[in-house]
Design a protein around this ligand. Structure first.
Ligand SMILES: Nc1ncnc2c1ncn2[C@@H]1O[C@H](COP(=O)(O)OP(=O)(O)OP(=O)(O)O)[C@@H](O)[C@H]1O
Length: 621
């Protein structure tokens, strides 16, 4: 289950086996690097082998050349120990060099797929998920997995093999002492088992809380103006401090658990070492063990200290990777609900007349009880412009979003030229249906890139025409003209400028069908009338569905549809509805009051065959 906006209750910690399975499922990203990983493990084993061989050489030195005063033998064996040391160092260097590039490659591949999947997921998914949660998954969770694949996993294999090899050698050197060392694995196993039980939960909690903190930072950065304007800085700071404190407490608890367990892991080899020293000295005194064997035994046993001490860290790293894999798979396992149906066909703008029909359309947002739309029937003829009017929250934006399939209907269907939009290939549908929303999003790219988002191949003339329609000629006056970088981290534009750019972007695609969600709301009266005049020309041969919040925008429409209680309750020209539908008059009066005096433009042409301005007066009275 995703961590949703009301996520407290929906989060859960997957069971250990389930988490391990999720980590295992990431193996396909490891596959391209399998060859490198095999070499990595071999290099790690060879370097550890060289390390293990050194104490055995030391035994030969002590029992041979030192005991017999053999200088030549000492030089030879000393040279061998040096060569082994250099060999080990060289292999460690090679392993680290290769492992970082392999791990980075795997991390980049998972990140690319996660991002692509997020793009495929519908708007509804992004409505439900906190963006900070997604951000933390694509950044910190992936780093945890990289650390595990590049270090944790390799050391887990190498340390386990080292442990087994050294214990076998120790048993070979002196079996009673060797078995004593081997028996120390029992407390190690018990400590690890208890540790894993608690650490997995703590690590999931911390990664979720990290996502919460990221969400708060993101919200605060985006809403900084509002926070400052309302003087809510102290409250927001307290809210953030609360979340940060929770994160800190979890991290401290997790750190303490690791510290306690690491101390227990440390204790085991040290106690074993003490026992071996006492028993080994007694055995050497009795002549059951040579001094060289005792030195080799202790030196070999010392080689177990690091693998055992690092066990806590490796298990912790593995558990964090398991929870990170859970969190990543939660996203990857979410199926994109809005996809091409089997047999969906592509449509081309040139072959599309643009007849749109809503037939008994129902829609409700997931997780909400009451449907927003409850049987919408509406026909829009090719080239016709229909304005949607309705009280605030009546579902106008929702209705528009259904046409390009930003959401899918939950009942009924929407037809484009007699074909259900779900039977049209999504990419071509969105090419044919252009959209501009009330709150336009501009990306941190140049003006040109923002404009040509839907038509990267658009020529200079087309760009110029689209900018003229949207009265967005101001872009030529920006410091670097169309090459000026805007959006986040770029030049800031006013609300009206952003809206005009978004409108230019929508008309540049030359879509056969346009959905415009009050695209002129942020414009001043003068600019609005200029945009309307230019837009009216574009709309002449385009089917358009325009949500109207400002009464003046109705001038663009051939007909008006009134949305009430989830249904279209009246359709007609503006004058017809004004004359015969009291609810229409009420909605307009309410909207007009909200919009204020600026909403009434002077001398607007009325495409609905009635003088808009005069009738606004009538509507208001
Ligand atoms: N993502 C969402 N999840 C759940 N409910 C939503 C979501 N978006 C909108 N709603 C609800 O759906 C209803 C219709 O919203 P919508 O934005 O379509 O109305 P609208 O007529 O365009 O409103 P306005 O005129 O204020 O822009 C509202 O009750 C709103 O709370």
């Amino acid at each position: 289950m995703p961590a949703t906006r009301d996520d407290g209750g929906t989060r859960r910690v997957a069971g250990g086996r389930h988490s391990l399975h999720n980590l295992w499922r990431l193996r396909r990203y490891v596959r391209p690097y399998a060859g490198q990983l095999v070499w990595l493990v071999l290099a790690a084993l060879a370097s550890t082998g060289a390390g293990i061989a050194v104490p055995l050489v030391v035994r030969q030195v002590v029992d041979g050349p030192i005991a017999h005063h053999d200088r030549a033998g000492l030089l030879w064996l000393g040279g061998l120990a040096l060569a082994l040391g250099l060999f080990e160092a060289g292999l460690i260097f090679v392993r680290r060099w290769v492992q970082s590039s392999a791990a980075m490659g795997m991390e980049a591949a998972i990140r690319a797929e996660l991002y692509a999947h997020l793009q495929r997921l519908p708007v509804g998914f992004h409505d439900r998920w906190q963006s900070g949660q997604l951000l933390s998954r694509i950044t910190s969770d992936l780093s945890v997995i990289r650390r595990f694949l590049s270090f944790g996993l390799i050391f887990l294999i190498v340390n386990l093999l080292t442990y087994v090899t050294v214990v076998v050698l120790l048993v070979g050197l002196n079996w009673p002492l060797g078995l004593l060392v081997g028996a120390s694995s029992v407390p190690l196993f018990l400590v690890s088992r208890r540790f894993t039980r608690y650490y997995l939960t703590a690590s999931r909690r911390m990664q979720d809380q990290l996502g919460d903190v990221a969400t708060l930072v993101e919200e605060s950065a985006q809403g900084l103006r509002t926070i400052k304007a309302y003087g809510r800085r102290p409250q927001m700071a307290r809210r953030f401090a609360g979340s940060a404190a929770e994160l800190r407490d979890t991290a401290v608890g997790k750190g303490r658990l690791l510290a306690r367990t690491s101390a227990e892991f440390d204790l085991v080899p040290n106690l074993t070492m003490a026992a071996v020293l006492v028993a080994g000295t007694v055995a050497a005194a009795r002549g059951a063990l040579t001094i060289g064997e005792l030195v080799a035994f202790v030196s070999l046993q010392l080689m177990l200290v690091w693998p055992v001490e690092s066990l806590g860290w490796i298990i912790a790293n593995g558990q964090e990777a398991m929870t990170a894999a859970d969190r990543i798979q939660e996203v990857l396992d979410t199926e994109p609900e809005i996809t091409d149906r089997p047999g969906a066909v592509p449509v081309a703008p040139g072959d599309t007349a643009g007849a749109v029909r809503f037939e008994g359309v129902h829609f409700g947002y997931p997780g909400t009880a009451a449907p927003v739309l409850r049987g919408v029937d509406l026909t829009i003829e090719p080239g016709e412009t229909v304005a949607i009017v309705g009280a605030t929250g009546s579902g106008k934006t929702t209705l528009l979003a259904l046409l390009p399939r930003l959401h899918d209907v939950t009942g009924g269907r929407i037809m484009l030229d007699g074909r259900d939009v779900r039977d049209i290939r999504l990419d071509s549908l969105r090419h044919v249906v252009g959209a501009a929303f009330e709150e336009p999003t501009l990306f941190s790219m140049s003006v040109r890139e923002n404009l040509t988002l839907g038509r990267p191949d658009a020529g200079e003339d087309e760009v110029r025409t689209a900018l003229a329609v949207a009265q967005a000629g101001f872009v030529y006056d920006l410091p670097w003209g169309l090459a000026t970088r805007i959006g986040e981290q770029g030049l800031s534009l006013s609300g009206g400028q952003r809206q005009r750019l978004a409108l230019a972007r929508a008309v540049l695609g030359r879509p056969r069908v346009l959905v415009l969600d009050d695209p002129l709301s942020a414009l001043d009266v003068h600019t609005e009338s200029l945009v309307e005049a230019a837009l009216a020309r574009v709309l002449q041969d385009t089917t358009a569905l325009v949500v109207v919040h400002r009464p003046s925008t109705i001038a663009l429409a051939d007909r008006v549809a009134l949305l009430q209680d989830g249904r279209i309750t009246a359709v007609g020209t503006h004058s017809e509805l004004l004359a015969s539908v009291p609810a229409y008059r009420a909605v307009l009066a309410a909207t007009d009051e909200e919009a204020g005096p600026d909403a009434v433009p002077a001398g607007e042409p009325d495409r609905t065959a009635a003088p808009v301005v005069g009738e606004w007066g009538l509507a208001r009275s």
